[in-house]
Design a binder for this molecule. Structure first.
Ligand SMILES: Nc1ncnc2c1ncn2[C@@H]1O[C@H](COP(=O)(O)OP(=O)(O)OP(=O)(O)O)[C@@H](O)[C@H]1O
Length: 264
């Protein structure tokens, strides 16, 4: 369980980025949303100790982040940053994925198994010898996820995992996220992509100007007037609402509603 208790974060220069935020999350997919500058990244950086509370406390499976190093916390919380190509530095995909578990002390067959396992989950088996830089945007995103998974963290934070990806790549990243959830990982999606929230999230936390203004179900979230928070509901929901359909997750559900209506 990740537990945030009355967290304040004030950057040097006195910018108050988080104001008394409390939340906890476990084995679920939580979307962390809010307009630019609302404090999402600041909050997420507390989960692996990259930032320490100005006031308040953060516990990762009972460990107070104040007393733990980033290295220690990164074993429990994996953070997949935005623009993953910035994090690659090895000559091939195998070495890139092996880097983290190697640092954790794995070697030989165990290391090879771990890398193969991580690549299998993200559907990149067979890519071992490719240069990370030769991959497509979606493949890079999946490689970045594999690098984190190879360290077997219990929680995975994904910062804008679908931004800049085409439909097909975005779909395969979503499949990976679903797979991780099934494997028992707790997942936090930091995102502006409301379609992604609609499709995958089980819960939404909304930050606005450093304050947690909403924490609840996806259905309830999309009942808020999101324009107040500089966001918009997905087109699919807008259309379905205008047809009197209260809540659908995806096009298939939408079509089913319409077919039921035609049939009655
Ligand atoms: N290193 C820093 N020093 C000073 N202020 C910072 C620093 N990092 C972030 N901030 C400020 O803290 C506030 C929250 O920023 P943060 O990056 O957490 O927001 P965000 O919700 O992740 O935004 P975005 O959606 O644009 O990524 C912003 O006003 C930002 O300018």
């Amino acid at each position: 369980m990740i537990e945030v208790k009355n967290l304040w974060h004030i950057y040097e220069g006195k910018r108050i980025a988080l104001k008394n935020v409390s939340l906890s999350f476990g084995n679920e997919i939580v979307a962390l949303v809010g307009p630019n500058g609302s404090g999402k990244t600041t909050l997420a950086k507390h989960f692996n100790g990259l930032l320490k509370p100005t006031k308040g406390e953060v516990f990762i499976d009972g460990i107070n982040t104040k007393n733990a190093s980033v290295a220690e916390l990164s074993r429990i919380v994996g953070y997949v940053f935005q623009n993953p190509e910035n994090m690659f530095f090895e000559e091939n995909v195998f070495k890139e994925v092996a880097f983290g578990p190697k640092n954790l002390g794995l070697s030989g067959e165990a290391l090879e198994e771990r890398v193969k396992w991580a690549l299998r989950i993200v559907n990149l088996s067979g890519y071992e010898d490719r240069s990370p830089y030769s991959l497509s945007g979606g493949e890079k995103q999946r490689l970045a996820i594999a690098c984190i998974l190879a360290m077997k963290p219990k929680y995975v934070i994904l910062d804008e995992p679908t931004t800049g990806l085409d439909e097909k790549s975005s779909k395969s990243v979503k499949e990976v996220i679903k797979k991780l959830r099934k494997e028992g990982h707790g997942i936090m999606l930091i995102t502006h992509d409301m379609e992604l929230v609609l499709e995958l999230a089980e819960r939404v936390v909304l930050l606005y100007d450093g304050i947690k203004v909403f924490d609840g179900s996806v259905d309830e979230f999309f009942q808020l007037d999101l324009r107040n928070y500089e966001m918009e509901i997905p087109e699919l929901l807008r259309i379905s609402k205008s047809l009197g359909i209260s809540f659908v997750r995806n096009v298939d559900e939408f079509v089913n509603f319409l077919l039921e209506r035609v049939g009655t």
